[in-house]
Design a binder for this molecule. Sequence first.
Ligand code: ADP
Length: 335
Amino acid sequence: MVFHTADPNEREFDRSLRPTTFGEFVGQEQIRDNLRIAIGAARGRDEPLDHVLLCGPPGLGKTTLAHLIAAGMGADIVLTSGPALGAPKDLAGTLTRLQRNQVLFIDEIHRLPKVLEEYLYSAMEDHAIDVVLDPGPSGRSVRLGVQPFTLVGATTREGLLTAAFRSRFGIVERLEPYPSKDIEQILLRAAVRLSVVLEAPAAALCAERSRGTPRVALRILRRVRDLAQMQQKASIDAVVAQEGLQRLRIDALGLEELDRKLLRALVQRGDAIGLKTLAAMLDEAEDTIEEVLEPHLIRCGLLARTPRGRVATPRTYEHLQLPPPATKPGELPFA
Ligand code: ADP
């Protein structure tokens, strides 16, 4: 398992630590405020909230915000995902069952089959969908009503949505990785909920190595909590945290073994590598590389994207403690 990608077995853990009010949602102040204002105004008018699109890497709080939006509207939430809505009848069923003002959350909305986008458009705008009864030249269709609802879409790949689709969301918010201070706060709150004592230096250490991602930070906490328990420590201190991180092989920049494997592949090649080749070398999905691994490596300055492919940087060599590549006379390194 890649430590920082979603793991279905940990959904329950995620759920148990999920903030239940906007007040408990740490950081991302601007997004929180924008949503609070929009929710307050919509409630004042007794209307459903505008459709919302939440963009950003996995584990930053998109699902959590969808729940908070529903709670703020005093409405139920219906959860589904792009890949789960395979056929028009799945989406038609979901849409026609919605009750007034409910929130429909579609995770990974960029993976919604294109044929279903049209359905959604008319449901979002006209509160109706046209279901084709028999396709073909004499095709008949029936118009089914849909209650006014709020669509909350979450995506890790905003660029894959068509402009037409994106423009149908009245509210578009982009989540960024959290500063360490925010992650520390998330960890300290989670520790209280889990009834463990997390010392401040340990919280700071775990936060620094969590790539600005609450889900990663909470998983680290879970592992160091196990370690403290096995060592019969009354609290999680910096020594336990350090040992836990070492055991997880998470380094000072929050990189795991798979990240380092990717960097080593870049260095070995010594030239630009295309995404497909990289995926084959690592035996990983292209999506995982693009959505999960690369953004953090780029932020750390350890990988650069060029028109020819992915390349190492001087920092890559530094981080792997390797000498920089030899250059031919007259050639600049990393040119
Ligand atoms: P996403 O949908 O973006 O993948 P989630 O909403 O599932 O992310 O969040 C992953 C975990 O991190 C959840 O357990 C959630 O409780 C926690 N979390 C995310 N953002 C915050 C936040 N701002 N404050 C507190 N906890 C958070």
